[in-house]
Design a protein around this ligand. Structure first.
Ligand SMILES: [Cu+2]
Length: 149
């Protein structure tokens, strides 16, 4: 009986260590910013009008329990591609913004990669301006923002 309780204590400590190490890694996640400025833009006066006409791709990496860059500003119509560059860990890219599904009438995230395994990618095209926050459904401390202008 005593052996069993020691075993249970060890398992509890191990689980705590795993959860804590994930949080510690998240604390090391330095938020980064990026603004996608099309190469065709020569001067700032042209920037606003040109940004809304672009159809470009922006890449975000998932690594060390971080989205990098975690905050991006993109033109309306931009496709964002998230790639999981971890060795073993699965993540997700799950929108905080909810929409009503036309077919089922149920609420669902605007975009959701589901289980994004190491090496896998997920993409979503933004066709509405606004601020779109997202998180990892496996590790809720992982967060990111896409600002569509
Ligand atoms: Cu995750």
């Amino acid at each position: 009986m005593k052996t069993r309780s020691i075993f249970i204590s060890l398992i509890a400590m191990l689980m705590f260590a795993i959860i804590f190490s994930g949080s510690a890694l998240a604390a090391l996640c330095v938020s980064s910013n990026a603004t996608k400025i099309p190469s065709s833009v020569q001067n700032k006066d042209a920037l606003t009008s040109t940004l809304t006409q672009q159809n470009e791709t922006v890449n975000v990496t998932l690594k060390n329990f971080c989205y990098d860059p975690s905050n991006i500003t993109v033109a309306n119509g931009t496709t964002v591609v998230w790639t999981n560059k971890e060795i073993l860990v699965s993540h997700s890219v799950t929108s905080n913004t909810k929409v009503i599904d036309i077919n089922s009438g149920a609420s669902r995230p605007l975009f959701n990669s589901g289980d994004l395994r190491a090496g896998a990618s997920f993409k979503f095209q933004f066709n509405t301006t606004g601020t779109f926050k997202y998180h990892c459904s496996h590790h809720p401390f992982m967060t990111g923002t896409v600002i569509v202008t």
